[in-house]
Design a protein around this ligand. Structure first.
Ligand SMILES: C[S@@+](CC[C@H](N)C(=O)[O-])C[C@H]1O[C@@H](n2cnc3c(N)ncnc32)[C@H](O)[C@@H]1O
Length: 291
């Protein structure tokens, strides 16, 4: 299947309008790979026909399927492990002290794909039952993709998926074998809520999240959309909350609302909170240089 330049542009425009994600020329190969299964399933062989449907807006569900097929949903449990360790060593003990009276934590994973990131978080807490006994840990996972959220809600994974990032002991403890793979146990699914949500829209209820994860979501947003996304995220954070981005992502040059937490590499905090963020002229330079 060969997709013409004009068709590529229309599809890329549709993707960007719905999600903010840009399909750069170097990623246009994704179009053919991503769409071939959908077109086969629908029995559509002529891309021009798809364009007609999309452009004329005759079948909105098809354009939604096309957008979903073009999104990059790559994820796995405890992705890039070290940020989870930093969270556990640094942010969680501090939050445990600060929220001692309410005994409630709110966590939001924005762009959670099929949910592995969210279940990884739930495992962090479930594996320390003594520390978190009596606490309410609300975890929200959101994604712009409806099919991702349906998968995340089911908490069901193939053998291949469940092995990516999980030790055998964790897999056996937190997942039960089913006919076609593995499903997260009820105890893990209980504190989690999932919802379809576009990061560029106003943040989800209830806000004031103590920890926000937005990892590997913003990479292909235009600078303007990235700034908007950071504004949305900042407005959703508790004053003393943390943001975790993906490896290689940074807030530097994207927003002045957030800055590095020098004590916790890979975590970011709201600026203007009276000195919790070290006042360096360029707080990210050291980590950007890999120091
Ligand atoms: C590469 S996956 C990353 C998943 C997970 N955060 C991780 O790091 O493993 C990016 C996810 O972001 C979602 N996404 C892209 N644009 C979005 C937007 N505007 N709002 C919410 N989710 C979005 C995609 O659907 C996809 O599931």
């Amino acid at each position: 299947m060969q997709i013409s330049d004009s068709s590529s542009r229309i599809l890329a425009g549709l993707l960007e309008a719905r999600t903010g994600q840009q399909l750069t020329m170097s990623r246009r190969w994704r179009l053919e790979t991503a769409l071939s299964a959908l077109l086969r399933e629908r029995g559509i062989s002529i891309v021009v026909w798809v364009m007609t449907v999309l452009v004329m807006g005759k079948e909105p569900s098809l354009s939604e399927r096309v957008v979903e097929a073009l999104l990059n949903n790559e994820t796995y449990f405890f992705r890039d492990r070290s940020p989870f360790d930093v969270l556990q060593r640094h942010a969680l003990p501090e939050l445990a002290r600060r929220r001692e009276s309410s005994k409630r934590l709110r966590i939001w994973s924005a762009g959670c794909s099929a949910g592995q990131e969210v279940y990884s978080l739930a495992m962090l807490f479930a594996e320390q039952p003594d520390e978190w006994r009596g606490w309410t840990i609300d975890i929200l996972g959101s994604d712009v993709s409806t099919s991702c959220i349906e998968r995340a809600r089911a908490g069901a994974y193939t053998q291949f998926e469940v092995q990516r990032g999980l030790a055998i002991g964790q897999m056996i403890k937190w997942f039960e074998e089913s006919a076609d793979g593995w499903r997260a146990v009820e105890a893990l699914r209980k504190p989690i809520r999932f919802q379809v949500h576009n990061l560029l829209e106003p943040p989800p209820h209830p806000g004031a999240f103590d920890i926000v994860l937005c990892r590997n979501v913003l990479l292909y947003l235009s600078p303007e959309k990235k700034m908007l996304a950071f504004e949305r995220i900042a407005s959703a954070m508790a004053e003393d909350g943390w943001l975790m981005l993906g490896a290689g992502e940074t807030v530097i040059g994207q927003t002045n609302k957030l800055g590095s937490d020098v004590n916790a590499r890979g975590l970011y905090r709201l600026t203007g909170d009276g000195g919790r963020i070290e006042k360096r002229r360029n707080p990210d330079r050291r980590s950007a240089a890999g120091a």
